[in-house]
Design a protein around this ligand. Sequence first.
Ligand code: NDP
Length: 488
Amino acid sequence: MSNSDAQKLLWIDGAYVESGSGGFFETTNPATGVTLARVAQATADDIDRAVVAARAALGPWKAKSGVERGRILHRLSQLLREHRDELAELEMRDGGKPIAETPEADVDSGADCLEYFAGQAASIQGEYQEVDGGFFYTRPEPLGVVGAIGAWNYPLQIACWKSAPALAAGNTIVFKPSELTPLSALRLAELAKQAGVPDGVLNVVPGFGDAGQAITGHADIDKISLTGGADTGKKVMAAAAGTLKTVSLELGGKSPLVIFDDADLDNAVSGALLANFFTQGEICTNGTRVFVHEAVRGAFLDKLLARVAKLKIGNPADADTDVGPMISPEHGQIVLDYIQAGKDQGAQLLTGGERIQVEGCEHGVFVAPTVFDGCRDDMTIVTEEIFGPVMSVLSFTDEQEVIQRANATEYGLAAGLFTRDLERAHRVIGELEAGICWINHYNITPIEMPFGGIKGSGIGKENSRRALDGYSRIKSVFVAQGAVEAPY
Ligand code: NDP
């Protein structure tokens, strides 16, 4: 059985290999329903093979200097840039993301990440301190074999956000993409080989939740890094406890965006649009609870609705499409059910709220960008992560009141606010319970800035130098100077 565009095998030890079970699944274009490829489905045995390859590759990879690992990662970042159009199209077809987004949001952000950690690889260093009786130093060491599991909304970016810091720090990796979007991670692995990443260092094993479970429970994997839903995060953490693995979790959210009465309303509307409708609303950090000061609510909504009306829903392959299909008909139905719940519970639908038919894309479930006003804090659309283009507008008048309401959620991924009052901006940010915050912007994630949630949204940080801490352990070494005095 051979690998081809129409048939993708597992990527283990630097080559395409068949799944031990011979099983396949299909990955489809969410807009058209067209099958893009049959993809080999990894089982626990395949995960085991990948871990064996990753373990064998670990010694030589971690023995390379940081400069050398960085040089290879840098070549990979260049290859991503050279293949920008191809990768952007692949991500559009496999994930239904508008082609207007994918070159920058997916490919460039993945390449930036590889380039950033290429530069960091040589800077990983320990400490030295003189103390009574001698001195000590610390050695940052790789953790070993990393098991990484990705979600479907940013497949290539997630693969890069996990593999770049892991590899820079000297680990090897077994990566399982979501079964809904396996293609770009496999392409990343091919390009990694071309860039000089040694066989076994980066393995990609498409599969379902059972393959993820085989990773989390594997005795020879040292760390789990998951991007996924909160329920999956709890299961992964529980499973990893059996072998006491380090875990980092990037989970869901229900983030607040607070618009004060002195905000620049045009910017605030831009922020609210970015916080809700980019990638059809399928973004973990989205600010879906939009708290607007009562004094500016009318003006904000007028400007907002005028701009929402201009969003073009359509085939993600069209350059002028802003909003593509939901990742799958099943997920589309979940989003439509949430919208129905909003209507049933008395939220006022201002725009959207329905499925749109797109010519040539009859298979796809396209949900019109939806704005609900008059929302209450206890409504289902306000408390649960929808992962679709659904904005809930809530009214407030008092700063302390809005802080308390913004924090009244199990999640703590992100938060944003718009105000011209600098003192208030920093005071409020200081009280918001969220791992990623924006003042007068939303959803911008430079690679240099730590990314990760608190509370029910996760553990650990991706991006920035902090990510390296999640892929390293510190060995402390005391060196005696002088005689050893023992009381015996
Ligand atoms: P899921 O939690 O359903 O799946 C995430 C990954 O985990 C998939 O690869 C999945 O496999 C795998 N998986 C499922 N069950 C298990 C298990 N028991 N053990 C190990 N692995 C398992 O999330 P989605 O893919 O539906 O992604 C959407 C979610 O991801 C949203 O909640 C979103 O907020 C969150 N997310 C968080 C981000 C962040 O950085 N904080 C960024 C992006 C998304 P498969 O699906 O292939 O069966």
